[in-house]
Design a protein around this ligand. Sequence first.
Ligand SMILES: [Cu+2]
Length: 137
Amino acid sequence: MKKKYVFIGIILLVVFALAGCGGSGGHDGMNMDEGMMEPLKVDLTLNPEQAKVGEKVSIEVLVTQKDQKVDKADEVEIEIIKDGDSSVHEKVPAENAGDGKYVLEKTFDGAGTYKITSHVTYGPQHTMPTKSLTVSE
Ligand SMILES: [Cu+2]
């Protein structure tokens, strides 16, 4: 019985390690003076929410912490994966537009469903909401 739980524990550890999407550079220094205890809030907005092939989509990420805009997040990256097509997979940094907003403009050249995940790192915190986008011909 006990062995089984240890095994499950190991699997959970592996899953968490993968979910943390580590690897890309460490965080140097945790700015304890910036109220890091407050949870990071990330709002991901797609504009428009349904797109056509060749149409520009604005992927906007609003980062706040305790109702305050976070305009110096350490890293905001947008990951785009196409459903059912593993060849379409990219991760691009979003541009800091100020006021807690980070934006990536993207044109999709294939119809389908895309999973859009914004990876936001601020100090020790990492939040990564996902939305799906349907692109039609
Ligand atoms: Cu992430």
